[in-house]
Design a protein around this ligand. Structure first.
Ligand SMILES: Nc1ncnc2c1ncn2[C@@H]1O[C@H](COP(=O)(O)OP(=O)(O)OP(=O)(O)O)[C@@H](O)[C@H]1O
Length: 223
C-alpha cells in the first residue's frame, strides 16, 4: 500500500503534505509518528475514506468496506451495554452472528453488562478496540489506541493489535507512546515538515540516531 507524491492543502489553505510518499508493509504494524498537528489523523481519514477525496495517489489500499478504523474518541450510544456494543459491531460483518460474551477477554467480561455511559474513558476505548479487532477486514487503522489506557490495559491492547498481524492483517497506527511495541512486527514512518522524515524498523531508527531506545531515537529525529 503506497502513497505517492501526495500534496495536500487544508481547507484554510495551509499546506499539510508536500509530495509525501509513504509505503505501508502488509502484515505489519505500520506506526505513523510525528508531532501534534503534523497530519497523522488527516492521513488516516484519507486512507479510510472518512474524508471524501477523489483521485488520490493512493495505490494498493483495500476498498472502504475492507477497512476498520478506530478513530480518536469513542462514539457509541450510552444506553448499550458492553456486550451489546461489541455484538453490534460483530453484526456489521456477520448479521445475526454468533457473538458470545464468554469469548471476551476477562477484563471485558467483568463489565459486559455495564452501560457504555457508565464506563470510564479508557474502558470505552478498550471496548471499541475489541469490537474493531473482531471485524474481519484487510486493513485496520488505529488512532492513538493506547491513549487513556492504564499500563496493564495498554499492554493487552497492544497484544490485541499485534495479534491481527499474526493473522496476516495490516495495521496502520498512530501513537505517542513507544512502550509495549512488538518491535519485530513494527515498521516506523516518521512524518515531519510535510514530508516523510524516516522509514524503517525500530532498530534501524535507533542505529541511525545512535540511541538505544525508541524514545531517545525519536527525540533525536527532531521531527
Ligand atoms: N477540517 C479542518 N480544517 C482545518 N484544519 C484542519 C482540519 N482538520 C485538521 N486540521 C488541521 O490539520 C493539521 C493536522 O491535524 P491532524 O489531526 O491530522 O494532526 P495529528 O498529526 O493527528 O495530530 P495529533 O498528534 O495532535 O493527533 C492541524 O493543524 C489541524 O489543525
Amino acid at each position: 500500500m503506497e502513497i505517492q507524491n501526495f500534496s495536500y492543502q487544508l481547507p484554510d489553505g495551509r499546506q499539510l503534505f508536500d509530495q509525501l510518499s509513504v509505503t505501508f508493509d502488509s502484515g505489519k504494524i505500520n506506526l505513523l509518528l510525528g508531532v501534534n498537528g503534523v497530519g497523522k489523523t488527516t492521513l488516516l481519514d484519507l486512507i479510510s475514506g472518512v474524508s471524501e477525496q477523489r483521485n488520490l495517489p493512493f495505490v494498493g489500499f483495500p476498498p472502504m468496506g475492507r477497512i476498520a478504523y478506530q478513530m480518536q474518541g469513542a462514539p457509541f450510544t450510552g444506553t448499550a451495554t458492553v456486550s451489546e456494543a461489541i455484538g453490534m459491531m460483530v453484526d456489521l460483518d456477520q448479521p445475526n452472528g454468533h457473538f458470545q460474551e464468554t469469548q471476551l477477554p476477562a477484563s471485558l467480561q467483568e463489565i459486559a453488562h455495564s452501560h457504555f455511559r457508565d464506563l470510564s474513558g479508557g474502558q470505552r476505548r478498550l471496548v471499541i478496540l475489541e469490537g474493531i479487532c473482531r471485524l474481519n477486514r484487510d486493513l485496520y487503522l488505529f488512532d492513538e489506541p493506547e491513549s487513556g489506557l492504564d499500563v496493564k490495559v495498554a499492554v493487552s491492547a497492544m497484544e490485541r493489535i499485534s495479534r491481527l498481524t499474526t493473522q496476516g492483517k495490516t495495521v496502520i497506527m498512530t501513537t505517542h507512546q513507544f512502550h509495549n511495541l512488538p518491535t519485530d512486527r513494527v515498521k516506523i514512518q516518521v512524518l515531519a515538515k510535510k514530508h516523510l522524515a524516516f522509514c524503517g524498523t525500530p532498530s534501524e531508527l535507533m542505529a541511525e540516531t545512535g540511541t538505544s531506545s525508541m524514545e531517545a531515537a525519536y527525540l533525536k529525529m527532531d521531527a
